[in-house]
Design a protein around this ligand. Structure first.
Ligand code: GRF
Length: 204
């Protein structure tokens, strides 16, 4: 049977991208990485994807409206029969055309326990607020920033001696576990979304 095709969208380092590719290689995520797309040509993750033999594309957002940029990406995804889109450090908000083209088929990872601390610098926000527990979230993408229904979360304790760097590193370690897990869940036949809640028997 053909494996579902996934695309990974990045803007930078690409460590979550690698975690997804590792999971595919090891059979933890039954999928094929069809393409990696970046809006930034210098994104380090592009090199890492190419080293793994995955096709890469750069589609810059410069001199285009959001809608034009989204449409260009969606066309490339449809051309490759992509079933699931994973945003992994992709620093662009998706417009309604993109979101509607892949309804409940776009995932994002965020380094906090949403709905706490959306937006940039989530780990810094967590430290500044003084929370004792933070973590990471994989959620379905809608048109609002860091907002759609939650698929998986993992808690990370904030330690007294934590800096933004040390806390970010421990959260990132957990991101690398939950992103492939969440992608696998969403691809299961019995995965469903009801309002803000998501369900999958395999998670019970
Ligand atoms: C991660 O912390 C992710 O949660 C956030 O952006 C960062 C991307 O890191 N959305 P990487 O490019 O996957 O290493």
């Amino acid at each position: 049977m053909q494996k579902p095709k996934i695309a990974i969208l990045i803007s930078g380092r690409g460590s979550n991208l690698l975690a997804l590719l590792d999971a595919i290689r090891d059979g933890r995520l039954e999928a094929e990485a069809a393409v990696v797309i970046s809006n930034v040509e210098s994104a380090a993750g592009l090199v890492r994807a190419r080293e793994r033999g995955v096709e890469t594309l750069v589609i810059s957002h410069k001199n285009r409206t959001r809608e034009e940029h989204d449409r260009e990406i969606v066309a490339e995804l449809k051309r490759r029969d992509v079933e699931l889109v994973c945003l992994a450090g992709y620093m662009r908000l998706l417009g309604s055309f993109f979101v509607r083209s892949f309804e409940n088929r776009i995932l994002n990872i965020h380094p906090s326990l949403l709905p706490a601390f959306p937006g940039v610098d989530a780990q810094r926000q967590a430290l500044a607020h003084g929370v004792k527990i933070t973590g990471c979230t994989v959620h379905l993408v809608d048109e609002q920033l860091d907002h759609g229904p939650i698929v998986l979360q993992r808690a990370v304790e904030v330690l007294d001696h934590d800096t933004v760097e040390s806390l970010s590193a421990r959260i990132l370690e957990q991101e690398h576990h939950i992103y492939p897990e969440a992608a696998a869940l969403v691809l299961k036949k019995d995965f469903r979304v009801d309002g803000r809640r998501t369900f999958c028997q395999d998670r019970d």
